[in-house]
Design a protein around this ligand. Structure first.
Ligand code: PLP
Length: 380
């Protein structure tokens, strides 16, 4: 049965009627409440300056709590609010106690943020090994096959940005835990779309910017680390905000905060924090069971239509266990770049990725919009 469009969806996502927005794996539209929160924050700044600063601090700490709830982190203290995913990955890459000859195992299809930072460690004598997962039914085993006694860290995306392939993180986490290997997950393509449980997958690090499936603004990322890993990382940024007594400016002695706040060196991005706070509030209100259910339903619906169509070829996963919010396909008789431009001109906001067209609707996207977007892909 088609998912119901609740009145709240219309209220929260008043998108232009001429637009079919299928780019949540790129940059998402903000829900109404997030736009309202950012506008109210701007107005407050304009009219009152910092008068309401204590309230802003409350929003900031509530955001950590919402983020912890969203990913089932043991504690809000395990969450830092960073600029973006790349910053979080850089904290790991440049904080970890590498020895010359160590290696990192990853996937050959990763987004550049989850490749370049590890490649940059070549100057420290650390090797990046990338598993070719395109031609195998068992991508986890392809990763494991590259691991040896010098592997210190596995760096993977929960969902591949260009193919939508979902990895079995629980299996990877178990493998890593048994061997003392750090599991570092770029979860930007799954948090806010699929249920995330950092404890169940035994991840040491999970990081994601908020502007994709979490429906927030660009420039605020959630960065989860376990206390044990935090203790092993050398810090690479220092400032007033990352110390234990951060509000006590008279104090001359300092220690690094025990919590993940140690990664936040200075003033927070309060504007972005207000937006993401509202967006996560919405996702938790709808409930991640419901969000995931609707997103996977969208994917199954589109995948089946593409599969039945003579004109289109499905490039993303067929198996339900590998599917995510991302569907990638191509037109057999048309260049994908040309088709992408034609779709854009007809109001379909999507991306050119993975050798085809990437559609990434969210939980609130209505079924007729998906049908229409696929009809246009067949006919344009
Ligand atoms: C898998 C993945 N990681 C990271 C990013 C972006 O990283 P950042 O938050 O550093 O901009 C993207 C953006 O498309 C992505 O798909």
């Amino acid at each position: 049965m088609a998912p119901m469009c609740t009145p709240a969806d219309d209220v929260e996502f008043p998108l232009l009627p001429s637009l079919i927005h299928l780019n949540h794996a790129g940059v998402s539209p903000w829900p109404r409440r997030s736009a309202d929160a950012v506008c109210a924050f701007a107005r407050e700044n304009q009219q009152q300056g910092s008068l309401a600063y204590p309230k802003w601090l409350r929003i900031e700490s509530e955001l950590r709590e919402l983020a912890a709830l969203l990913i089932n982190a043991p504690h809000a203290d395990d969450i830092a609010l960073l600029k973006n995913t790349s910053e979080g990955l850089s904290f790991i890459a440049y904080g970890f106690p590498w020895q010359q000859g160590d290696n990192i195992v990853s996937v050959d299809q990763e987004f550049p943020s989850n490749r370049i930072v590890w490649e940059s460690l070549a100057t420290e004598g650390v090797e990046l090994r990338c598993a070719a997962i395109g031609m195998t039914d068992d991508p986890e085993q392809a990763l494991f096959d590259l691991v040896d006694e010098r592997t210190r860290l596995l760096a993977v995306s929960s969902v591949q940005y260009a193919s939508g392939l979902r990895l079995d993180l629980a299996r990877i986490g178990n493998f890593c835990r048994c061997r003392g290997i750090v599991l570092c997950v770029d979860a930007i393509q799954s948090i806010g779309a699929l249920r995330t449980d950092v404890q169940a997958i035994q991840a040491d690090v999970v990081v994601a910017d908020g502007h994709k499936w979490m429906l927030g603004p660009e420039g605020v990322a959630i960065f989860y680390t376990t206390p044990a890993l935090r203790e092993r990382l050398r810090l690479t940024q220092y400032g007033w905000h990352m110390v234990e007594h951060s509000g006590d400016f008279e104090r001359r002695d300092w220690t690094v905060a025990r919590s993940a706040r140690r990664f936040e060196c200075g003033s927070p991005n309060m504007l972005g924090i207000h937006g993401l706070h509202a967006s996560l509030g919405l996702l938790l209100e709808v409930g991640m069971d419901e969000v995931e259910h609707r997103i996977l339903d969208n994917t199954a619906f589109m995948s089946a239509l593409i599969h039945e169509s003579e004109e289109l070829e499905l490039l993303s996963a067929h198996a339900a266990s590998r599917q995510s919010g991302i569907v990638v396909f191509r037109r057999r008789d048309r260049d994908s770049a040309v088709l992408h431009e034609a779709l854009r001109l007809h109001g379909v906001q999507c991306a050119l990725r993975g050798g085809g067209i990437r559609y990434s609707p969210h939980y609130y996207t209505e079924r007729p919009q998906l049908s229409r977007a696929l009809q246009l892909a067949r006919e344009l």
